[in-house]
Design a protein around this ligand. Structure first.
Ligand code: G3P
Ligand code: MG
Length: 233
């Protein structure tokens, strides 16, 4: 079972910052998950479109220019990173990256940034999983770049289980720990989908996910979750 650092090693470091991502690498995570919005056509790494929870700014990201956003403190003196900076940081590592699209204007900037990353960083797009709760964005991406691996996010247990993810031709279904059960995992596996579960930080949940045979968990504490997983009988 893989450990995906949720918003970086966000339990101990400011979420979605380069510091949290560096720490995820140091903590031995298999992958990093980040959230992105687009401002001025540039993809920035932040979870909320309101600034107050994670920065010293206020209001919406859309009320600011990219230059203004990059002046803000995102915790411990960290700046709001661009996706490009994250790709540069991870390019020399072996980790894979889950980019969660939050804004509905993210598809075109993502496609052009990935082309640039392949060209300038030799970043293999197979190391990327693009996810979203907005399945229309995923469908648009798949249409334009069919080789991209997609993660269909869900926060609910649909009556036909993981059928929606298969319909999207997704690589994985990324689902909430609060509803996942053995039947859902069995259904997803039968459809040839990987199963990644968020957010799994507690020992009892880690044990249950291992028992279900899920492929990975999103953890805010990658090193600690790895230890708890290793300690399972
Ligand atoms: O991608 C998994 C998880 O991050 C989805 O929810 O709100 O933490 O972005 P959220
Ligand atoms: Mg996320």
């Amino acid at each position: 079972m893989q450990i995906i650092a949720h918003r970086g090693a966000s339990g101990d470091y400011p979420e979605n910052t380069l510091l949290a991502i560096e720490q995820a690498v140091l903590q031995g995570a298999d992958a990093v998950e980040i959230d992105v919005f687009a401002v001025d056509g540039e993809l920035i790494v932040i979870h909320d479109h309101h600034l107050a929870r994670t920065t010293n700014g206020s209001g919406s990201i859309y009320q600011h220019s990219l230059a203004q956003l990059q002046q803000l403190d995102a915790g411990r003196g960290q700046r709001i990173p661009t996706l490009w900076q994250v790709l540069q940081l991870l390019a020399p590592t072996t980790l894979w990256l889950n980019i969660e699209l939050k804004g509905d204007n993210t598809v075109a900037p993502l496609l052009s940034l990935l082309k640039r990353a392949e060209r300038e960083l030799q970043f293999d797009v197979n190391r990327l999983l693009i996810s979203s709760f907005n399945h229309h964005l995923l469908a648009a991406l798949k249409q334009q770049q069919p080789a991209l691996k997609l993660g269909a996010l869900t926060a609910s247990l649909a009556i036909d289980y993981a059928a929606f993810a298969r319909q999207l031709n997704a690589y994985s279904v990324n689902c909430d720990v609060s509803f996942i059960n053995q039947a859902f995992v069995a259904d997803a596996k039968a459809r040839g989908l990987k199963v990644y579960v968020y957010t799994v930080d507690q020992a009892d949940d880690i044990a249950r996910m291992a028992e279900y045979g899920v492929d990975g968990i999103f953890s805010n504490y990658p090193a600690r979750s790895r230890q708890q997983l290793a300690a399972q009988p």
